[in-house]
Design a protein around this ligand. Structure first.
Ligand code: NDP
Ligand code: MG
Length: 393
């Protein structure tokens, strides 16, 4: 029996994880579930899965959850706050932690799971983008098992040599595929008028709103380039992004002998989640089997960096190193939130990130404090820039 903690259980990845867990009651029990604000949804999950612990974002939310669980006769222990997220991630009573909080908020609990030597199922790419070296060091030093859940990285992991899932061993390039999002072919002159709902209407994947906007700007792929760098130790010039609108080939690894290995499947996050849960075994994920005759052809093209400036900015940040990826991520989180809140335009996102990145001081990312400082400063700069833009619109 594997005991699972899900950080961000009420999100898109969290729900898909519970869907896979539900199919295998003989293999998995849920030790802890966490959410931020969606108390009712978390209560339903607690009633269905009976975790020992549940964590929410505030005392008020905790009180509400307690009342709902009491009425349902469920004795899950409820707590709240950041320290409690770290506590459930590192709990001796849990074996595996699904890191599926969105954004920088997931950094500390994900790191806590790595430091406790857990099997870490990593969906929260922002945590790794911010703290790459520290996080990978923690995994190594504390004997954690790191399994990438992001579909591209999960695909690459599956295509690398099983005995050494790191860049090397005859690998020439890592090929990250990207759908190109909803605006791949839209007239660039109309991009400034896009609404949040249009940006979140992804052609192939149903995801949380933040990552959906990131997919529309292709910042998501930029974050994934940085993620691939840390997960697999691949240098920036060996990571290539390919637009593949069908989202059937989830990524590829090119070897020196000319072989290219790919992982294919229908676009359904339950595949990488099931892989992470059962690794090195394979279990049913509830996913519709792939029928390539229905795919209508698989197409690949180079990304257009004029249309998708965020992708170029992420490569710049990776090459700059130090806290630059942290700054990129923080500015992007603020810009996306402002866009979703109707304060800035879609095209302002790249503009804001570029501006903050350019003005931010360089610095090493060798301590958690340095990373959190850079994150705070970049957020403040991005908020000031948002306020300036909002006045002008
Ligand atoms: P969602 O927005 O759907 O879910 C986010 C989860 O995090 C929710 O449970 C939410 O709680 C919780 N949360 C939000 N803010 C905080 C906070 N400040 N403190 C603690 N918890 C918080 O996101 P997704 O599931 O789409 O994405 C989760 C992560 O996985 C992201 O990093 C994303 O990049 C990555 N990912 C997602 C994919 C997908 O297909 N969705 C694919 C690949 C990677 P509440 O519901 O209560 O607000
Ligand atoms: Mg992805």
């Amino acid at each position: 029996m594997q005991r699972i903690t899900i950080l961000g259980a009420t999100g898109s990845i969290g729900e898909s994880t519970l869907d896979v867990v539900r199919r295998h009651p003989d293999r998995y029990t849920v030790h802890a579930l966490t959410a931020h604000r969606q108390v009712r949804k978390l209560a339903e999950q607690c009633i269905a899965f009976r975790p020992a612990r549940a964590v929410v974002g505030s005392a008020e939310a905790a009180g509400e959850l307690q009342a709902l669980l009491r009425d349902a006769g469920v004795d899950t222990e409820v707590s709240h706050g950041e320290a409690e997220l770290e506590s459930v991630a590192a709990d001796a009573q849990t074996d595996a932690v699904m890191a599926a909080i969105v954004g920088a908020a997931g950094l500390r609990p994900t790191l806590a799971a790595a430091r406790a030597g857990k099997r870490v199922l990593l969906a929260n790419k922002e945590a790794l983008v911010m703290s790459g070296r520290i996080f990978m060091d923690a995994v190594r030093e504390h004997g954690a098992t790191l399994l990438p859940i992001d579909s591209e990285h999960n695909a690459i992991f599956q295509c690398l040599p099983a005995d050494d899932p790191r860049y090397g061993g005859g690998v020439a390039r890592v090929l990250l595929t990207a759908s190109g999002g909803p605006f791949r072919t839209r007239d660039p002159d109309t991009l400034h008028d896009i609404s949040p709902d249009e940006a979140c209407a992804h052609p192939n994947w149903v995801m949380g709103r933040k990552i959906s906007v990131d997919s529309a700007t292709m910042m998501n792929k930029g974050l994934e380039v940085i993620e691939a760098h840390w997960l697999f130790g691949a240098p920036a010039e060996r990571i290539e992004v390919l637009i593949h609108p069908q989202s059937i080939v989830h990524s590829m690894v090119a070897y020196h002998d000319g072989s290219v290995l790919a992982q294919l499947g229908n676009p359904d996050m339950r595949t990488p989640i099931a892989y992470g849960l059962a690794y090195p075994e394979r279990i049913d994920a509830g996913v519709t089997p792939l029928d390539l005759t229905l795919a209508g052809g698989l197409h690949f093209e180079k990304p257009d960096l004029q249309r998708f400036p965020c992708l170029g900015l992420a490569f710049d940040a990776l090459r700059a190193g130090g806290v630059a990826p942290t700054v990129l991520n923080a500015a992007n989180e603020v810009a996306v939130e402002a866009f979703l809140g109707g304060k800035v335009r879609f095209t302002d996102i790249a503009q804001l990130v570029a501006q903050v990145l350019q003005a931010a001081p360089a610095g090493a990312a060798d301590t958690l404090d340095a990373i959190l400082d850079a994150d705070r400063m970049a957020r403040a700069a991005a908020r000031a820039a948002v306020a300036g833009l909002a006045l002008r619109h």
